[in-house]
Design a protein around this ligand. Structure first.
Ligand code: ATP
Ligand code: MG
Length: 207
């Protein structure tokens, strides 16, 4: 049996990951393709508990190392419990954020260093690399305006402001320069124009 395709969506908060992921789900449904959708951090009982800790605004004394290790703990759980079994059953996996988020947020923006985050990413996932990653690239101001139209307010990480998001964006773009699996997509376009590019890249992979 063929392995499933492992697809991840990355980018700063509000860049349009969930929007594109939903369009991809509809496309997979139309084509009768089997898939699961997971989100990071979370996606397992243990992981959702870790997510609550990570996003809780009251946890303002969380150290950067604690934050990094919590992300990796949730990732280790979802990789072993959900992602790897699905891929080996031939089921496609669509993931809303994966380890590139750690490289960009903790490694680059939080200055923990890419050596450390690369090492932990590898260990937490047993070297499970996405087949393709869509980096939805957008300037933080535009993403912020999009997000402000949404309910629920900002979470602990979103509260860190525009200059932080700018560093995260730089971190992602630096990563994309060396990682061939990362497709950088200009996310300041209508959602259907973005999706058209995503769909073409995925069918290139499956043909
Ligand atoms: N291409 C687009 N053009 C204009 N608005 C968009 C576009 N894509 C998404 N939006 C809107 O921008 C907001 C943020 O989009 P979305 O929730 O998909 O981003 P996200 O990357 O998943 O955010 P988060 O990181 O916070 O989960 C939503 O209100 C969505 O409807
Ligand atoms: Mg989202």
């Amino acid at each position: 049996m063929n392995k499933g395709i492992f697809i991840t969506f990355e980018g700063i908060d509000g860049c349009g990951k969930s929007t594109q992921l939903n369009l991809l789900k509809e496309e997979f449904d139309r084509r009768g393709m089997e898939y699961i959708v997971v989100r990071e951090p979370g996606g397992t009982v243990v992981g959702e508990k870790i997510r609550t800790i990570l996003l809780d605004k009251n946890n303002d004394s969380m150290t950067r190392m604690a934050e990094l290790l919590l992300f990796e703990a949730a990732r280790a759980q979802i990789t072993e419990e959900v992602i790897l079994p699905a891929l080996s059953r031939g089921v496609n996996v669509i993931c809303d954020r994966f380890y590139d988020s750690t490289s960009a947020y903790q490694g680059y923006a939080n200055k923990m260093g890419r050596d450390l985050t690369d090492f932990l990413n590898l260990k937490a996932t047993n070297d499970t690399s996405p087949d393709i990653t869509f980096l939805l690239d957008i300037d933080p101001q535009t993403a912020f305006k999009r997000r402000s139209g949404r309910d629920g307010g900002e979470d602990r990480i979103e509260l860190q402001g525009l200059s932080y998001q700018e560093k995260v964006r730089e971190g992602y773009l630096e990563l994309a320069r060396t990682e061939e699996r990362i497709a950088v997509i200009d996310a300041d376009q209508p959602a259907d124009a973005i999706f058209e590019q995503i769909r073409n890249r995925i069918w290139d992979l499956t043909d």
